[in-house]
Design a protein around this ligand. Structure first.
Ligand code: FAD
Length: 524
C-alpha cells in the first residue's frame, strides 16, 4: 500500500513529490500524459511572478510571494537557469496610472517589493521605453525561467530520492476504503512495465481470468493508498468530484503566445506587461506581456478565452491576430519599437498555447476535503500556480506529513547537477566537453546549437525523453528559427538507437503520432 498517491506530474505534482521525498514514505505519481508536464506547466509564459497582483487574502496571494522566493531557491538547488530581470507593468493613460496605484497597494499587502517609477527616472530603468509611457510599476523580484525544465528537474529529483512515477496512466476512479482509498487507473503501458515501475499495483482480471498483458489495449489497474494529493490541473475538478461532495468546476482559459526570433532581446532589460484585466467569468488576466526567454527569443502574449476542454492547445487565427494586433499598436511604447520600427511580423517563428485551470471558486483550491479525510486538493491552479508550485507543494505535503508522521529520509539529496548547455559554454569548456565525450562535437540542432551528447543525455536521464517533442522540451532542439526542419530526422534516429525501436515507431509526442509511414525502398 502507498502512503501517498499524487495525481498529475505538472509543476505542482512534481513539487509535491519532491517535498514528500524528504521523508520515508512510499509515494507514487500517476500521470496520464506520454510525458511528465503534459498540461499547463508545459505551455505557460514561464514568468516567475513576484505576487503584486493577486487579491490580498486569497490563496493566490498567500502562495505567490513565498512561491516566488522558493522558485529561485529550487532553481539554484536543481541547476535550472533563470533570469531575475524584474517585471515592469506600464501605463499609457490616467486609468492605467490608477491601476498601478491599486497594484502598488496590493503589492504592499502581499509583502512584495514594488514602486511606481515615472520619467525621467523611468529612462534609467528601461532606457528605450516609448515616450507615451506615463509610468510603470517596477517589481524587482519578478523573473523568467523554463517551466518545463523546472518541472522535469523537480520530478527527476523526487525520483532520485525514491518517488515512483507512472506515465501514460490516467486516474479514472477513486473509492474510499477503511484504510484510505483505492485508485483505479487506465494505462497504455503494458503490465510488465507497470509492475516494474510501481511497487504496489493490482491488475483487473479479464473475463478469461488473466490480466490484459500482451494486447495493446489499455490496462486497468488499481492502487491502494492512505492519502491522495490531487494535482491534476485542468482536471482537478474531476478528481475532486470523484471523492468529495464539495464540488468545484474548472473553466479552462486558453492563452496563446507568439514567439519572436532572437534579434529583439538586446533592448529589453525587464519583462514588460500591460495592466491586468478583469474577465467576465470572474478573476482576471495579467494582460499582454513581452517576455524575454532564457534561449534569447521573445514571447508575446497571452490572451484569455474560455474554452470547454482543459487539454485544448490549438492555436487559432483569432487568438494570434488578437496578440499581433495588440503589439502592432503597442510596439511604439516598447523598447523594441520606440525608435519607430514597425512590428516585425517576419520575426514570428512559432506559436503555442494552453489552458489555465481557472476554478469557479476564483481561487486556487488548496487543502484537505472536509468530507474526505486524507484527500488533499492542490487544484484550480491557474496563474500564478507555476510560480507558487513549491509553496503549494510544501503546504499540501505538510498535511500528509502531519497525518502520517513519517521519519525523515536520511539519504534525501536536494541537489541535481546538470552540465552547462553547449551553446552557453566558453570555447575552453567546449574543448573539454568534446575531449570527454566526442558526441559533443556533433551539432544536431544548428539553430539552438544542441549537440548529440545533450540529446542522448536527455533520453538516458531518469524519466527521460521518448519522443521528438520530449527531446525538444529537454534540450531546445527544434525550438529555433527552422522549428526542427533540419534536426528532427537526426533526433528521430537517435531516439530509435537509444530506445532500441524501429524509426517507424518513433513518435512526435507519443500515442499514434508516428512520423514515418513506411520504408521508401528495401534495404534501409
Ligand atoms: C497561457 C498560460 C500562461 C501562463 N503563464 C504563467 C506564468 O507566466 N507564470 C505562472 O506562474 N503561471 C502561469 N500560468 C499558469 C501555470 O501554467 C499553471 O498555474 C501551472 O502550470 C499549474 O500546474 P499544475 O501542475 O497544477 O497543472 P498542470 O501542469 O496542468 O499538470 C496537471 C497534470 O495532471 C495530469 N492529469 C490530469 N488528469 C489526470 C488524471 N486523471 N490522471 C493522471 N494524470 C492526470 C495532466 O496530464 C498534467 O500533466 C500560465 C498558464 C497558461 C495556460
Amino acid at each position: 500500500m502507498y502512503d501517498v498517491i499524487i495525481v498529475g506530474a505538472g509543476s505542482v505534482g512534481s513539487a509535491a513529490a519532491r517535498e514528500l521525498s524528504r521523508y520515508q514514505l512510499s509515494v507514487l505519481v500517476l500521470e496520464k500524459g506520454h510525458d511528465l508536464c503534459a498540461g499547463a506547466s508545459k505551455c505557460n509564459s514561464g514568468m516567475i511572478h513576484a505576487g503584486y497582483d493577486p487579491i490580498p487574502g486569497t490563496n493566490e496571494a498567500k502562495f505567490n510571494a513565498p512561491g516566488c522566493s522558493l522558485m529561485y531557491q529550487i532553481c539554484d538547488e536543481l541547476d535550472v537557469p533563470y533570469l531575475k530581470n524584474g517585471t515592469t507593468i506600464f501605463a499609457t493613460d490616467d486609468n492605467g496610472m490608477k491601476e498601478l496605484q491599486k497594484l502598488l497597494h496590493y503589492a504592499e499587502l502581499n509583502h512584495v517589493r514594488a514602486q511606481i517609477v515615472t520619467p525621467p527616472e523611468l529612462y534609467d530603468l528601461q532606457p528605450d521605453i516609448g515616450k507615451d509611457v506615463l509610468g510603470v510599476l517596477w517589481v524587482p523580484d519578478g523573473g523568467v525561467t523554463n517551466p518545463f525544465s523546472v518541472t522535469f528537474a523537480l520530478a527527476e529529483n523526487a525520483y532520485h530520492n525514491g518517488v515512483e512515477f507512472l506515465k501514460e496512466t490516467e486516474v479514472t476512479g477513486i473509492r474510499k476504503t477503511d484504510s484510505g482509498f483505492t485508485v483505479t487507473a487506465r494505462s497504455t503501458l503494458d503490465p510488465a512495465a507497470i509492475s516494474s515501475q510501481a511497487s504496489y499495483v493490482s491488475f483487473e482480471k479479464t473475463a478469461a481470468g488473466s490480466t490484459s498483458a500482451g494486447d495493446c489495449s489499455p490496462v486497468t489497474c488499481s492502487f491502494e493508498t492512505r492519502m491522495i494529493i490531487n494535482c491534476a490541473g485542468g482536471h482537478s475538478d474531476v478528481i475532486n468530484n470523484m471523492v468529495s461532495a464539495s464540488h468545484y468546476h474548472i473553466i479552462p482559459r486558453f492563452g496563446a503566445h507568439v514567439v519572436l526570433d532572437r534579434k529583439f532581446s538586446e533592448k529589453l532589460t525587464t519583462t514588460l506587461m500591460e495592466t491586468p484585466h478583469d474577465l467576465p467569468g470572474g478573476g482576471h488576466t495579467k494582460g499582454m506581456a513581452i517576455i524575454p526567454t532564457l534561449g534569447g527569443t521573445m514571447l508575446l502574449g497571452c490572451d484569455a478565452t474560455e474554452v470547454g476542454d482543459p487539454d485544448f492547445t490549438d492555436t487559432r487565427r483569432e487568438s494570434i491576430e488578437q496578440i499581433v494586433d495588440y503589439f502592432k499598436a503597442a510596439w511604439k511604447d516598447l523598447p523594441t519599437g520606440s525608435d519607430g520600427s514597425p512590428f516585425p511580423e517576419d520575426a514570428i517563428i512559432s506559436i503555442f498555447g494552453g489552458c489555465r485551470p481557472h476554478a469557479d471558486t476564483n481561487d486556487f483550491v488548496i487543502g484537505e476535503a472536509e468530507d474526505a479525510p486524507g484527500f488533499v486538493n492542490a487544484g484550480g491552479t491557474e496563474s500564478p500556480a507555476f510560480t507558487a508550485c513549491v509553496a503549494i507543494a510544501q503546504h499540501v505535503a505538510g498535511i500528509c506529513i502531519d497525518r502520517l508522521k513519517p521519519e525523515k529520509n536520511p539519504s534525501f539529496d536536494p541537489y541535481r547537477k546538470m552540465k552547462k548547455a553547449f551553446r552557453d559554454m566558453t570555447n575552453d569548456e567546449r574543448r573539454a566537453a568534446i575531449a570527454e565525450n566526442p558526441d559533443y562535437a556533433r551539432i544536431v540542432c544548428r539553430c539552438e546549437m544542441v549537440t548529440e551528447a545533450e540529446i542522448r543525455d536527455a533520453i538516458r536521464r531518469p524519466l527521460g525523453a521518448r519522443s521528438v517533442s520530449e527531446v525538444k522540451l529537454r534540450t531546445r532542439a527544434g525550438m529555433g528559427r527552422c522549428q526542427g526542419g533540419f534536426c528532427s530526422p537526426r533526433v528521430l534516429e537517435i531516439l530509435s538507437e537509444e530506445l532500441g525501436i524501429s524509426p517507424l515507431e518513433v513518435t512526435q509526442c507519443g500515442g499514434r503520432s508516428t512520423i514515418l509511414s513506411g520504408r521508401a525502398c528495401q534495404g534501409l
